[in-house]
Design a protein around this ligand. Structure first.
Ligand code: C2E
Ligand code: MG
Ligand code: MG
Length: 651
């Protein structure tokens, strides 16, 4: 025992007392030194290293270990150790229930040989043989269990005794606050580190956000395909330009530019080609404009051009430049494409003084240009279908069916081989109480846009199929042709509706002909072809209406189960006077026949045209020359008075 000062007293009792006293002094010094050393030490590892060294000396243990409760409170970890084998144990983590440490935690008391007497016999047996070699005191913080100080194997082969327990307990209570502080400090440091990390992450996230925001802003204002301003930015610029023009007493022009037949082109050649065209056209237009002008893409194949300080002369000059930009075909890898456009012009302040109405009016002008087959058109209120009068009319359309204002007129179709009326085409009529008869060209588009077309077509099919069956009951063999719009072909209920009507009215088999236009078919060829297949299987036939006015070619139609072509009246009406028209009619008839299709010519207004069509081999004709569309009640007297026969079933 090197720490005991030898006093050299003779009397052995005094010697023993002196020794005890020296030991006490030493212990007190050690405790005090420890307390001093620990003051202000917040580094847990350094602190624990110090504690284990001192504790080992204090209780003369071979090894001292310090298990510390982990943050989760489910496990403890040997955080520090000193002496034999300690290196192997440091860092090990064990469940809280486990081992002596678990016992100490559960019982809230120190472990040493003395506790054996308090244990149940079973537990005593379990621990007995190592009891004397182990000692462990709990470390309690201000609020909870922190862990403990454990001593193993008293030096010199002795066992830990009551005195060791007292010393270690005292030592433990002295160091526990310092350990708790250091543990808390360590947790705080970890927290701080985490917070700093969060801060860093937040910072980099923030930077990303700024970048994304910039992208979003660009996306919000510019068209991703062409890089031109989008509708929103065009509207905003127009608004600003109007404010400016208002203040300065200036004018401005807004143009809406729409590419012609772009949709067909897109459908036939694919979106990739369509997209490239839109980009190229955007670039060409931009090159024709001044710096102060804005060009944007409103969507689809529609562009807008804002011309500040422009009147009608400047606007028309720019329009000419834009049209010149399309003079040369667009060369793409897949081929070279001729593009044309229709342009509508609206001027501030003549045509409107707010952004919405100016844009809408430029749009109206563009439609007028398109319909009139003109390159451009300056807005004219006379042509505006969006006037209050027109809108009121459209509102009336909603109740037209319920009010019994809709009627079907039937126009006969004459077979040229037999000179007999073989069928009729059902055409919708709207008898408006104030405006009189309104032509379908005016209200069908409105029905389509408003979605009413389904309800109106359902009514039409019921009416027409019933009529067809009624004529059949009278012994007249007449086919019934009805017009379907693109929206009807997209209506998933159409086949079920037709099946129901056929069952209900039992029209003659093969008596129904559905007229669809090229554009309606080409709009969604795959879906339409499915619908056509289904209905064809039920004996319903299909005809391509207004043939020649669309963009697609016969080769596209070849794949569809179509049995007839109706040549548009615009080619037929004047064919005996217009050589081009006649050539178109002739070649259409030949091509159709080569494909096994029947040909009906519509718009036959004279005997001359009828005879010419007969010569060209046309199968059937329809037109004012034979008869105008008429209500069903007039049809029988028409048949009686007409020079043509009709197929009658033999009674
Ligand atoms: P469409 O299917 O091509 O119908 C033929 C149109 O040509 C009818 O016009 C008819 O009156 C007219 N027409 C007939 N013969 C002659 C003629 O010799 N000369 C001239 N100039 N025209 C003639 P309508 O009835 O005004 O119908 C116009 C279009 O409205 C129809 O063209 C059709 O596309 C559509 N339509 C009519 N009824 C319906 C319907 O119930 N549903 C749908 N979706 N569209 C319909
Ligand atoms: Mg038709
Ligand atoms: Mg037609």
């Amino acid at each position: 025992m090197n720490f005991v000062k030898a006093h050299g007293h003779e009397d052995p009792r005094i010697q023993a007392l002196e020794l005890q006293l020296a030991l006490r002094e030493y212990e007190i010094r050690l405790l005090k030194e420890t307390a001093d050393a620990l003051t202000g030490e917040l580094n847990l590892d350094r602190l624990l290293a110090l504690v284990t060294d001192r504790a080992r000396e204090l209780i003369q243990a071979e090894t001292v270990l310090i298990p510390i409760l982990d943050e989760s409170c489910q496990t403890y970890t040997y955080r520090a150790g000193s002496g034999k084998h300690s290196e192997e144990i440091i860092g090990e983590t064990l469940p809280l229930e486990f081992g002596i440490c678990g016992w100490v935690w559960r019982n809230h008391r120190a472990w040493w040989r003395g506790v054996l007497e308090d244990l149940a016999p079973e537990e005593r047996n379990r621990w007995e043989h190592e009891a004397g070699t182990l000692i462990m005191v709990p470390l309690f913080g201000k609020k909870h269990f922190l862990g403990g100080i454990a001593g193993m194997n008293k030096r010199g082969g002795e066992t830990f005794d009551q005195r060791d327990l007292d010393l270690l307990t005292m030592f433990g209570s002295q160091v526990s606050i310092a350990i708790e502080n250091a543990v808390t400090f360590e947790a705080l440091e970890a927290e701080k580190h985490r917070a700093e990390q969060y801060q860093e992450e937040l910072h980099s996230l923030n930077q990303e956000l700024v970048a994304v925001n910039a992208d979003l802003e660009h996306m919000a204002l510019y068209d991703s395909l062409t890089g031109l301003a989008n509708r929103y930015l065009v509207q905003d610029r127009l608004q600003q330009a109007i404010f400016h023009a208002e203040r300065e007493g200036e004018s401005l022009a807004i143009l809406v530019v729409d590419l012609d037949r772009f949709k067909d082109l897109n459908d036939t050649l694919g979106h990739n080609v369509g997209d490239q065209l839109l980009k190229e056209v955007g670039i060409r237009f931009q090159n024709k404009l001044r710096h102060a002008d804005t060009i944007g893409r409103l969507g689809g194949d529609e562009y807008a051009v804002l011309l500040p300080r422009a009147g009608v002369e400047t606007a028309t000059l720019v329009v000419e430049h834009l049209l010149q930009a399309l003079q040369f075909p667009v060369e793409l890898e897949s081929g070279s494409y001729v593009v044309s456009a229709s342009i509508g012009i609206a001027l501030y302040p003549e045509h409107g003084d707010d952004m919405q109405s100016l844009l809408r009016r430029a749009d109206v002008a563009m439609y007028v240009a398109k319909r009139a087959n003109q390159d451009w058109f300056l807005y004219d209120p006379q042509q505006d279908e969006h006037t209050p009068r027109h809108l009121a009319l459209m509102a009336d359309l909603h109740g037209a069916l319920e009010r019994g204002q809709m009627q079907l007129h039937y126009q006969p179709i004459l077979d040229l081989a037999s000179d007999r009326i073989i069928g009729v085409e059902a055409l919708m009529r709207w008898q408006h109480p104030e405006q009189g008869a309104i032509a379908p060209d005016l209200f069908i588009p409105a029905l389509e846009q408003s979605g009413l077309i389904r309800r109106f077509t359902a009514w039409l099919l019921d009416e027409a199929i019933r009529q067809c069956a009624a004529w059949q009951d009278m012994g007249l063999e007449l086919g019934m042709a009805v017009n379907l719009s693109m929206y009807n072909l997209r209506d998933s209920q159409l086949p079920a509706q037709l099946a129901m009507l056929q069952k209900r009215w039992k029209p003659p088999v093969g008596g129904l002909m559905m007229e669809v236009t090229e554009s309606a078919v080409m709009n969604d060829p795959h879906h339409v072809s499915d619908v056509l297949d289904t209905l064809t299987a039920w004996g319903i036939r299909f005809s391509i209406d207004d043939f020649g006015t669309g963009y697609s070619s016969l080769s596209h139609l070849k794949r569809l189960p179509v049995s007839e072509l109706k040549i548009d009246k615009s080619f037929v009406k004047d064919m005996t006077r217009d050589r081009d028209d006649e050539a178109i009619v002739r070649s259409t008839i030949d091509l159709a026949h080569n494909m096994g299709l029947r040909v009906v010519a519509e718009g036959v207004e004279s005997a001359e045209v009828l005879e010419r069509l007969r010569e060209l081999g046309c199968d059937a004709v329809q037109g004012y020359y034979i008869a105008r569309p008429m209500p069903a009640r007039d049809f029988l007297s028409f048949l009686e008075g007409s020079p043509w026969g009709v197929c009658r079933r033999k009674p």
